[in-house]
Design a binder for this molecule. Structure first.
Ligand code: ADP
Length: 301
């Protein structure tokens, strides 16, 4: 097969591993720097151009679209889909997963466990929002944040009011969330491919830090997850429409609650802490599923 990896940087661990795994399994792999693609939006034969060539012979693409280029990146993926190219994750699902609020609404619609979450536009509703999530301590999250930036733990009601007012003053969109204290600053990253969790790790925040992000100094270790956690992760990826996803869960008293469903999950942490060949499993999934015209959405929505 001829597989294109949409990635800004061929030196990144995930990109390197996917290329290596594809080539090891006898495929031709090309790394495509997404912003350098351009396209002709024509009714006859929609194509994607890259540098001086037309990319019209790919069997599958692996989108690794960074948060900062979601808009352009998903439009390139959609253009491939319109041309009938199989995309590991489809453009619609990637867009959905990038919007934290939309993701939570989709997960809640399907009855998946979530921390109690509030969202409001009006400046008058601060008190009600705080009540809605059960009062302080609570977490306020910028909708545009990634890697734990813009996620604030407010220990008292006064602190919560100040943070909410500050974010409002900056005209930022944010959600207010019940604080899952019993998670103890740890979360579970479940790596889903198709209908299986193929690897899972526990990330523990640095001493005194409630955020477990590895970028914030967290450490990862191998973890055995329960059938309920497994089921929650697989269902979350499925309702988001993602074939490959990194589903982040917290262990709450009420059971697993989903933090986030990531559509371009990194491979370094998960492969290193579990010793699994996740890149190989992704390529295997593509071999089983990529056929011309297999893209369900065909660039819709
Ligand atoms: P980002 O997408 O920026 O990583 P998250 O919403 O995943 O933001 O939050 C970052 C980390 O902060 C989570 O992985 C988790 O460890 C911690 N965290 C976030 N929300 C809560 C919460 N409601 N209760 C407890 N811990 C939380």
């Amino acid at each position: 097969m001829k597989i294109g990896i949409l990635s800004r940087n061929s030196e990144l661990y995930s990109t390197r591993r996917l290329r290596e795994a594809g080539e090891q399994r006898g495929h031709q792999v090309m790394i495509i720097d997404t912003p350098r693609c351009f396209m002709n939006i024509a009714s006859q034969r929609p194509t994607v151009h890259y540098k001086k060539i037309v990319l019209d012979d790919l069997d599958a693409i692996i989108p690794r679209i960074g948060a900062s280029i979601t808009f352009y990146g998903t439009s390139v993926v959609r253009q491939f889909e319109m041309g009938g190219v199989y995309s590991l994750n489809e453009s619609v699902a990637i867009s959905r997963s990038r919007d934290k609020l939309r993701s939570l609404q989709i997960l809640s619609k399907h009855g998946i466990g979530l921390p109690v979450t509030g969202f409001a536009n009006s400046t008058q509703m601060t008190g009600e929002l705080i009540e809605l999530v059960g009062g302080a301590p609570l977490v306020v999250k910028l909708l545009e944040g990634t890697q734990g930036i813009g996620v604030v733990l407010c220990e008292t009601r006064k602190a919560a009011e100040s943070v909410i007012e500050a974010f409002r003053g900056l005209q930022a969109n944010f959600i207010v969330q019940q604080y899952i204290k019993e998670a103890g600053g740890a979360d579970l990253r479940c790596f889903v491919i198709g209908d299986k969790v193929v690897a899972a790790m526990m990330r523990q925040g640095a001493e005194g830090e409630f955020r477990s992000n590895l970028h914030r100094g967290g450490t990862a270790s191998l973890v055995k997850i329960t059938p309920e956690e497994r089921n929650t992760a697989v269902r979350s990826a499925k309702v988001m429409g993602l074939s490959v996803a990194g589903v982040d869960l917290l262990r709450a008293k009420s059971g697993p609650v989903v933090m986030e469903v990531n559509s371009s999950p990194g491979l370094e942490g998960i492969e290193t802490s579990t010793g699994k060949d996740v890149a190989g499993l992704i390529i295997e999934h593509i071999e089983k599923n990529a056929r011309p015209g297999r893209t369900r959405t065909r660039g819709k929505g």
